[in-house]
Design a protein around this ligand. Sequence first.
Ligand code: HEM
Length: 140
Amino acid sequence: NMIYLKAMIKETLLLPPPIPLLVPRESVKDENLLGYHIATVTQVIINSWTIGRDALPWENPEEHRSERFLNSTIDVKGLNFEFIPFGAGRMGCSGTAFAVVINELALARLVHKFNYVLQEGLKLEDLDMTEGSGITIRKK
Ligand code: HEM
């Protein structure tokens, strides 16, 4: 079932999401959303990066903690708006199921076949996890 591995993959999609601003979209009609008026032809950019760091839905959002997903029903399918690495709704990522399975399979094979250790003399704190910037996020 690889419950922990699945939780860990979710955590890596939360902190940070690979596509931090999703894909820019445009409203097709006037809309009121939570008191905000969004006029027709407004470019809408969803900041999934910030959503993942919101302390309201997420406890200790800056901490990498896969355990937060262990006893949780929160999934990437676009039904939990606090966690939308693949977007949501009809314009959401059509490759979600494929991407999730491939990630699980690839990572499961790597951790099954190899033992990982830090280079001699290195400590966990020495790993530089600083994010670069761009349309997709990777390590700097
Ligand atoms: C971890 C991997 C992936 C991530 C994080 C990701 C994320 C996203 C995001 C955020 C969007 C925009 C959603 C929105 O605007 O609401 C998107 C769109 C899309 N993705 Fe992915 N994606 C991934 C993998 C894939 C794969 C493997 C495929 C195809 C096999 C795929 C196909 C698409 C397509 C076709 C769209 C455009 C959907 C549309 O505009 O109707 N994605 N993806």
